[in-house]
Design a protein around this ligand. Structure first.
Ligand SMILES: O=C(O)CCC(=O)C(=O)O
Length: 170
């Protein structure tokens, strides 16, 4: 990680959580509570997600199927957010992803993208951002970066069970 320079070729993401849970167990012993009763206390150490990558990782424009809290531990990330109510303009393509190569938008191909108003946030170490369900976001690391995210809020947060898994062509 230290020698590789800017790259989007390797990135330990939350998607590896299941397969690496044993290896990450010790690290997650360090994860503490967030706020007062914000999370389900019993799952803090099991349901935290680790993101570790070099400067230059890019998680493409997508939306999540849960509300999500992203906490920055080390390095900075640039988060670009597009409000949920602008979904008709973002060209949802495969699953939760946009077809658009953001931010290098080809407006001839994706003209409705001119109707979105992206918000840019720099997340510094020690800061957290709440990403509400349905809000589109793209995340780029500006430095070697370590983040932790969680979705086990002490509130309803299952918006994936009823999410359509098949695109029906009309
Ligand atoms: O930090 C990242 O690279 C992506 C985070 C993200 O998009 C998410 O947690 O949904």
């Amino acid at each position: 990680m230290l020698r590789g320079g800017t790259s989007n070729d390797y990135y330990l993401t939350a998607n590896n959580n299941q397969s690496s849970s044993q290896e990450l167990k010790e690290l997650f012993e360090d994860v503490g509570e967030f706020g007062d009763g914000y999370r389900l206390t019993e799952s803090v150490k099991r349901r935290s997600h680790l993101w570790f990558g070099p400067k230059g990782t890019c998680t493409q424009l997508h939306h999540d199927l849960t509300n999500n809290m992203l906490l920055q531990v080390y390095g900075r990330k640039k988060i670009t957010l597009i409000p949920a109510f602008q979904v008709p303009n973002v060209y949802n393509d495969s699953h939760v992803y946009s077809a658009v190569d953001f931010p290098n938008v080809d407006l001839e191909r994706y003209p409705k993208m001119s109707g979105v108003t992206p918000l840019e946030v720099i997340l510094n170490p020690g800061e957290a951002i709440f990403i509400p369900i349905g809000w589109w976001h793209q995340v780029e690391s500006l430095d070697i970066s370590i983040s932790v995210s969680f979705t086990d809020f002490r509130a309803k947060n299952n918006f994936f069970s009823n999410f359509p898994r098949q695109v029906i062509e009309l």
